[in-house]
Design a protein around this ligand. Sequence first.
Ligand code: ADP
Ligand code: MG
Length: 688
Amino acid sequence: MESPLTCLQGVGPALAKKLEKLGLFCVEDLLFLLPLRYEDRTQLVKIGALVAGSRCLVTGEVLLAETVYRGRRNLLVRIGDGSGQLTLRFFYFSRQQQAQFQAGSSVTCFGEVRRGQAGFEMIHPEYRVLRENQDAATNDSLTPIYPATEGVQQGRLRNLTDQALRLMQKTPPAELLPANVTDRLGMPSLAEAIRYLHRPPPDADVQLLLQGRHPCQQRLAFEELLAHYLSLRQLRALAETEDAPALTGGETEVARFIGDLPFELTGAQKRVIDEIVADLSEPHPMMRLIQGDVGSGKTVVAAIACLKAIACGVQAAIMAPTEILAEQHWRHFADWFRPLGIEPAWLSGSQRAAARRESLRSITDGQAKLVVGTHALFQEGVEFDRLGLVIIDEQHRFGVHQRMALRDKGVSAEGHPHQLVMTATPIPRTLAMAAYADLDTSVIDELPPGRQPVSTIAVPDTRRSEIIERVRSACASGQQAYWVCPLIEESEVLDYQAAEASYQMLTNALPDLRVGLVHGRMRPAEKERGMQAFKEGLIQLLVATTVIEVGVDVPNASLMIIENAERMGLSQLHQLRGRVGRGALQSHCVLLYKPPLGRIAKERLAVLRDTNDGFIVAQRDLELRGPGELLGTRQTGLPDYRIANLVRDAELMPRVQMTAEAMRTASEKNAAAIVRRWLGDTRPYGKV
Ligand code: ADP
Ligand code: MG
């Protein structure tokens, strides 16, 4: 099974190269190249029984073939089988093809059934004209469709997997799961599962297969989840062997800082701080994730960790995903730390050259004890003197890759820096298990006292004027409000235009109010000026795009209107809503939507109306949208699973975790082999 692919018939060096690009190196790799879906060519479907949208194998007699011009040339072939008629439609065809379809000849074809002008049709079906007395050939098993494979045809892949499956009969792939697990879960054997999924028998439960819930799929999904989990745990184990500066001092400074805060820390904050302090005192890098709902007070926890590090003589760096958030942190930290004689340095991509040089110099010579910035912090040319602690805020924008890059960045003679990541997007437990197995987790599960849950309503935008009136009266009574504009898919320009339009509309409708505007296209300084004016109460109503999504903190703001709320994700809405409800006043959030609402959109808005608990919101978001959206994997490259699905297979995670922990001690070799089998020889998360 470890034999090279070139031992298979038809695989020369050129094809082997192509296959290598797909991550296929040996025969066993082919077995683990699993079909994405299946087509049913095991039986002929009567034309009269066709259903639109299905993909079927049909056979019939050519009744008529004609070329028509409907804007472009179409070849239409009508076939019938006694039960009904079907049109085959071709846009691209040769003269020979045209000539093949003689009236009276038999054709067998496979394609998607669509509703056309004159009954059902298939567009560009696969077809074969049958010779006289030749029967339409059906397949014995469902036809597997393999993942997109540039330059390698499906037919070729079927042929290669056929060969691999034949070889498998002689030498089945090693069963790497502990027998007690496969037995307890009643799993099919690995060879059985692989054979079944590559060539499901005609009586296979197609629906179960298509949903990915067949026991054979679950058998492999389990192993794949296990592979990813084990690989993250390997990474973690590696960190435990690495050195980091043990930060043990600084108690007095920290105690004084906490004593001087204008508020009492919550129990949850204290607990998490204790966990961090314990980690920092170890001579190995901390790798900890703090989860805490919006407004749970993560920033001050971060500040205390920084202070501890600085008091122990190392540098601390804090990184945020957006300029606006980074700058706000910088201001907060400056307010907190200046009295202690610590001046935080600032580093961002849009900084002027001179200021940047100055920051870089102080980072390098160690004068800057604390550095705040965006990801510019970790680009080329930034050299720390003695970086001991890295904090990443709003982790959901950063993934494993970035985490790893940061660890490498801070490497010095003393080892790796300690690492703390903070996220306001609570991750459901099973998902966190899969995604963050390399991190320890702390949860700030308590809000500061006196917070009132934000009361949320959903209102159709036909009632916009009512809502504007509401804004007017709230602001007239001294409160402040946000008006958040629709997010337009990934387009800053459109975002900005929409915000600009709302701004015009609101300034006209509310001539007595001081209205401000902040959007993503503004320069950071301009943005910050707008935010600052809002903070100081100079602006009463702030029109904003979703740039305010993360971290902005203005306690006097008690009303938020979100336009086109039906287009936004749940977690995002929850984040936005977290900008209000930070002061003593009862806060309100109005979700304006464009009617009519679909069922899912209705459900989503209802979730927000019914709960203020970020964990429940996240769980529902996961169910409604899938893990990619929630973790922001598009940007961060969380692995694509071949067969597992984190939502569908979430219930496997606790068992995966238990199995992994057992294997790590009892069968290290098998654990390593599983990782290699599913993730290849290359380390999945970059160099470590
Ligand atoms: P998040 O967890 O969303 O980042 P922040 O750290 O921005 O939350 O904190 C939100 C607000 O709550 C800030 O104004 C902060 O000063 C305040 N805060 C934090 N901890 C407490 C506390 N224990 N008691 C009262 N207010 C607190
Ligand atoms: Mg925050």
